[in-house]
Design a protein around this ligand. Sequence first.
Ligand SMILES: [Zn+2]
Length: 393
Amino acid sequence: MSNAAIVADGQRVQAPGRALAKVVTWRAERIADPVERLGYLRSSAAFWGRKPVRSALADARLHRVSAFLAFAMLLPVPMITDGAAPRRTVQAASKADAFANVWTVDDAQDHTLYSNGLRVEKKFQAAPRAAMKFQRWRIDTGAREESPGPYGIVFHTTESDTAVYEESNNRRLRRAAEGTAGFVQSQRAYHFVIDKFGRVFRTVPENEPANHAGASVWADEKYFFVNMNHSFLGVSFDGQSRGPDGRPSVTEPQIQSARLLTEVLRSRYRIPASNCVTHAQVSVNTSNMGVGYHTDWAAGFPFARLGLPVNYLTPLPAITQFGFGFEDYYSNLAADELQDGISAGETILRQDAMRRGLSTAAYRKFLAKRFRDVEDPHRYIAFSEPETRSSNQ
Ligand SMILES: [Zn+2]
């Protein structure tokens, strides 16, 4: 099948965007010479830059491919030193973040009301413990930094199997939701739970870590985050991201409340839109160095409805930063856009390896060691390179 055939056919079940990205990647990785390879990528982009007749759907998907190619080609080449490479992500090209002007209207004993209409219930809020600092690492130096505020949001589902959302089940739905919120509170499992009726329960205060992300990796343009209980807030929809019909079993009120909650949290903590992501995007398995140990919201997350960009497209930081791999079960579950994020991550990884004159396997090994160094607080200093440290005082 030629590229042109794929381009012209917007009705194909498999996303042309993904197919094209795979074709480009597949071809490009067979070109040994980096200059020749770059030329190939450029000419591919020029070809797709033409405007063939196609459906709006195909257009949208091609837009994804263009973003992917622009991303693969135009990013700055990091200095080759010890491999602690400055990394860039797709957010580098995004426009500056705008934050809503939201304030607390009433902080009552049993709830907090915010000016955008969000009401947060305190009935299942865990008792405060000592506030802890949140942590992140600079990409350019590897230095660890702390601050009191969270840096992002990880979205989850509780995976609870509750009753059908209809009036006759009111009692069951309410009791099930409160049971879930109480359990989450006892486990300090997320910061917020949103039930089927859109009620938002704060279960852990925002200035404390919650046990929601486990082994996990994310990065923005300046920082990376590892084991993100201590970096990001956890917000969980009570329901399943893959319900009985394969689609998310979340309700319209849940989505509306999630939008308001996201707006409040982003505004209060100045959280960039690019750091609002799903558990499936950040979760990793450190025993086999694979992404997607947890797969909630691997597909179907309503980014746009929450006022967010489709962050599935971000080249997966676990791959680009630490060389994690992925298995078929993960890409089979993943949304088309997340598959694009995986492909873009893989392409960047291979390019970075090539710049260092390493095989991809050798470079992955190097990055895996880097990951272990970051995980071990006694060793993370060794992560920075001497020249970089001295020039960044
Ligand atoms: Zn989760």
